[in-house]
Design a protein around this ligand. Structure first.
Ligand SMILES: Nc1nc2c(ncn2[C@@H]2O[C@H](COP(=O)(O)OP(=O)(O)OP(=O)(O)O)[C@@H](O)[C@H]2O)c(=O)[nH]1
Ligand SMILES: [Mg+2]
Length: 354
């Protein structure tokens, strides 16, 4: 399923576009270290003063905000009139904030049109027009929130290594549990050492069950068992963790396709939702990742992690504008409550608001 997809302006993906994944083998944390980290995150979450989500988002997007608003405000105070030079400068600022060339062009064209149609003469009005344009891009045909769904759901959580898949699963599980939905986990990353243990630790802490096999076993078999277990228990939600890297990228995509086929075949009355996790600090490479995963799997939604402390918040706009894949969740920290459903107006307010 796909919540929305507008058909215009979509470019053919570059066939030889490479996705970035760490080449060196990251050091594996021991089970004890992982366990300590989980405890730390949970403790922090409990003890922390409740900072509002918008404030968290604003803090997270501070660098992006300085990048866009700071520079445009600087421009406005420098330039007295709306001319080609001003447009060129605004264009450069947007591209630099990782909004991407096609989306930037689209925004500038619309701004120019509105300046003429609405007879805008003051340079400072441009910031408000820009805000409108950004909201317009991010507005989707507002799908129902995933938490309100009454159907049983199977989430395939995919993405390159280190983007935050497993952490996102823990955050989502916690959030679904809070909404009184029953949760089961499936450990289908059988490739990376300690991946199963990492999920297992989260499962214990969250008090949910996890379907797992031995390391190195066939992930499709794990998915088969997990889906059957979820069907038998009538679990509201099954969250499946997948590998971020195999020996080659082609292997990874083939494995994920197989997993999805099995899940589709065995799902019973549940629906499958494929969520792609993208690390926002990777900037434009995230677009290349989204294209490739979408081509192979048809991605239903994106989880954009690590928006805290990146100057590349513009990636949100590029993804939505260029790929028409809705962003469903954003992550602004390692804490359990640092994942929220994506709301366009809030995001634009945090990015370019007062
Ligand atoms: N700052 C920040 N860190 C995050 C966020 N989401 C995840 N992380 C951190 O990113 C690191 C990698 O997260 P994982 O969940 O292990 O990533 P993964 O995609 O499962 O990685 P692999 O299993 O190796 O493919 C961890 O240290 C997380 O705590 C976020 O929104 N903000
Ligand atoms: Mg993982």
């Amino acid at each position: 399923m796909r919540w929305f997809r507008r058909g215009w302006g979509q470019e053919e993906p570059e066939k030889n576009e490479a996705i970035e994944a760490e080449q060196s083998e990251p050091e594996e944390a021991t089970e004890e270290e992982q366990s300590e980290k989980v405890e730390e995150i949970l403790e922090e979450t409990h003890g922390k003063e409740q900072v509002s989500w918008l404030q968290k988002l604003k803090n997270g997007l501070l660098k992006s905000r300085e990048n866009i608003v700071g520079q445009i405000s600087g421009l406005i105070s420098l330039r007295g009139k709306i001319d080609d030079e001003l447009w060129d400068d605004i264009e450069a600022i947007l591209i630099q904030a990782d909004i991407g060339v096609p989306s930037t062009m689209h925004i500038i064209d619309n701004l120019k049109y509105r300046v003429i149609m609405e007879r805008v003469t003051e340079v400072k009005q441009i910031i408000n027009l820009l805000k409108d344009e950004l909201v317009e891009i991010l507005k989707t045909e507002s799908p129902k929130t995933l938490h309100d769904s009454t159907r049983r759901r199977i989430y395939l959580i995919v993405g390159v290594n280190g983007t935050g898949k497993t952490t996102t699963i823990a955050k989502l599980a916690r959030s679904f549990l809070k909404h009184n939905q029953s949760v089961l986990l499936g450990a289908a990353d059988t490739f990376r050492a300690a991946a199963i243990e990492q999920l297992d630790i989260w499962a214990r802490r969250l008090n949910v069950d996890v379907v797992k096999h031995e390391r190195g076993s066939d992930p499709a078999a794990v998915v088969y068992d997990a889906v059957h277990a979820a069907n038998a228990r009538k679990s509201d939600v099954l969250l499946i963790d997948t590998a971020g890297r195999l020996h080659t990228y082609v292997n990874l995509m083939e494995e994920l396709k197989k997993i999805k086929r099995i899940a589709e075949r065995e799902k019973g009355d549940a629906e499958i939702i494929t969520l792609l996790v993208i690390d926002s600090t990777t900037g434009q490479n995230g677009i290349a990742q989204a294209r490739l995963f979408d081509e192979a799997l048809t991605v239903d939604g994106i989880v954009l992690t690590k928006l805290d402390g990146t100057a590349k918040g513009g990636i949100v706009l590029a993804i939505q504008d260029e790929l028409k894949i809705p962003i469903r969740y954003v992550g602004v920290g390692e804490g359990m409550d640092d994942l929220q459903e994506f709301k366009p107006e809030e995001f634009v307010e945090a990015l370019v608001g007062e």
